[in-house]
Design a protein around this ligand. Structure first.
Ligand SMILES: [Zn+2]
Length: 510
């Protein structure tokens, strides 16, 4: 048998000069006296009065502060930071699905299901410029970081007026966020039986050329990489099967290039595939070679048992987007079943025009809540009680944290380097303080006896610190690398200009 073909090299293209890959910090940084550290590691468990030693961008040591080895304590050349004001710290969260550009079109079509919502917004997004895209992406990255995210994937699939993924990469990396941009695409316009207007779709040959350029220029396969490219034909109802197949084969020419799309989001989505192809989601993905462990899918709300079996056998990932699924009345994904079947499940915000925020911690809270009533039925049985009661054990705070950390790392095939606070893992760590007069401290009142459960059930608005790749990105609630005031002002202007260009002035009246 012949060897498989060698994977093609990356990082050989010409980067846009505005793209700055964050440098790895030198030396040791030590955090001490963290109230409770939820490591996410089965052996380490939760540690009270914890210390963490970070060497460059990697966690070197974790344990009780009183057990911190003297030789490490004496070698903190980047300093030792007292964290006795931190009630709870965890591994940084991983957002597995988003559409950053949508932040400047929030609140549009607030009472529509998916297809009606999309057809309202396509025309607005078509007017977006590169500077508006950058402003939207930077605002989204900041909001995600404040919610505890240290890595986000973004699925960008509209490319009007010269917008490129390079613009997005530059804007996001400047905030310090670890980034997995997905080069999304649409090729099935309305005249070909798809949902998007023809002006919004691209030619498939041009999509492939651009995808290859982006992989070869930016995709970094190294351990603790800050930037990896994935490919993402948008959805079964906006691309051809040929594009799905070509994307899969292109991705597999390279190392660690993953594939991502929307799947089984609502019943219209299922009906589209059944009527056009006669296929359920599991049959559709098999027919285009996407039934593999290098693929993860947004939503999975309408997966049935046959679909679920394939996801489990082939280890396809699911990005669970609870707010978006409720906002668009899509349904509640079978998360408990997926977890019980060992399917990789991560947490996600989905686009900020169908959520409409970018707060991953609050998605964890909502995931817990809606999993508990997924199978609940109002109908009463002959005894006058609920025919199917809710299940308060369906998803616990610890399991919600798992989705946001280890689950996300599994979806992105990075579980050996991300998602835990343990030696050898990337130094992506976030913490929340219950001291002082911040809204975070206010939210955490009453949580000291069980800080981890308290964090998930209260979902405070903002982290107190965020360390990404060993580097503080937020400290004492303030951004280190960007001015949040400027980011907000730029995004507000971008939104105003975009909606003015699109001529969109509607306001919901009921
Ligand atoms: Zn989406």
């Amino acid at each position: 048998m012949s060897d498989p073909p060698a994977k093609k090299p990356c990082l050989g293209g010409t980067k846009d000069p505005s793209v700055k890959i964050p440098e790895v910090p030198k030396g040791r940084l030590i955090l001490t006296h963290i109230g409770t550290l939820a490591t996410g590691d089965e052996t380490l468990g939760d540690i009270d009065d914890a210390a963490i030693v970070i060497k460059e961008n990697v966690i070197e040591w974790v344990g009780e502060t009183k057990k911190l080895p003297k030789e490490l304590a004496d070698a903190a050349d980047r300093g030792t930071r007292d964290c006795s004001h931190i009630l709870i710290a965890t591994a940084g969260f991983i957002n597995t699905h988003h559409h950053f550009y949508q932040t400047i079109t929030r609140g549009v079509a607030p009472a529509n299901e998916l297809f009606g919502w999309l057809t309202t917004l396509y025309g607005i997004w078509q007017c977006m410029t590169p500077s508006q895209l950058k402003a939207a992406c930077q605002a989204t990255a900041c909001e995600l970081i404040l919610s505890g995210c240290t890595l986000a994937s973004d699925h960008a699939y509209v490319w009007p007026n010269g917008c490129r993924l390079d613009d997005e990469i530059a804007a996001v990396l400047d905030t310090g966020l670890r980034f997995h941009p997905v080069r999304g695409s649409m090729s099935l316009g309305k005249s070909q039986g798809g949902l998007p207007p023809d002006e919004c779709v691209e030619k498939e040959d041009e999509i492939m050329v651009e995808c290859r350029r982006l992989i070869e220029t930016y995709h970094d396969t190294s351990k603790f990489s800050m930037l990896r490219i994935a490919l993402g034909p948008c959805s079964p109802f906006s691309v051809t099967k040929e594009l799905m197949l070509k994307s899969a084969r292109l991705a597999r020419e390279y190392e660690k290039v993953l594939l991502h799309t929307h799947l089984a989001e609502n019943t219209n989505d299922i009906d589209f595939s059944l009527s056009k192809y006669g296929e359920r989601p599991n049959e559709f993905i098999a027919s285009v070679e996407w039934d593999r462990s290098d693929c993860w899918f947004a939503h999975g709300v309408q997966l049935n048992d046959a679909d679920l079996k394939v996801f489990a056998e082939r280890q396809c990932g699911v990005a669970h987007c609870p707010s978006s699924n409720l906002r668009l009345a899509s349904g509640i994904a079978p998360i408990r079943k997926l977890l019980d079947s060992n399917v990789p499940v991560g947490l996600a915000c989905d686009g900020s025009a169908s959520n409409d925020h970018s707060n991953l911690l609050s998605e964890g809270r909502l995931a817990m809540m809606i999993s508990r009533v997924r199978d609940f039925r109002q109908a009463t049985n002959e005894k006058g009680t609920n025919a199917v009661p809710g299940d308060p054990t369906a998803l616990s705070p610890k399991q919600a944290l798992y989705l946001a950390t280890v689950g996300g790392a599994r979806c992105l095939n990075r579980e050996d380097e991300l998602g835990k606070v343990a030696p050898g893992y990337a130094a992506d760590i976030v913490g929340w303080s219950d001291h002082g007069d911040s809204s975070t401290a206010l939210s955490l009142v009453g949580c000291a006896q069980d800080p981890l459960s308290g964090l998930l059930v209260t979902s405070p608005a903002s982290v107190t610190f965020s360390i990404i790749n060993g580097d503080p990105v937020v400290w004492d609630g303030k951004f280190i690398k960007v001015s949040l005031a400027e980011v907000i002002a730029n995004a507000k202007k971008a939104s105003k200009d975009l909606l003015a260009t699109a001529g969109y002035t509607q306001r919901a009246t009921n």
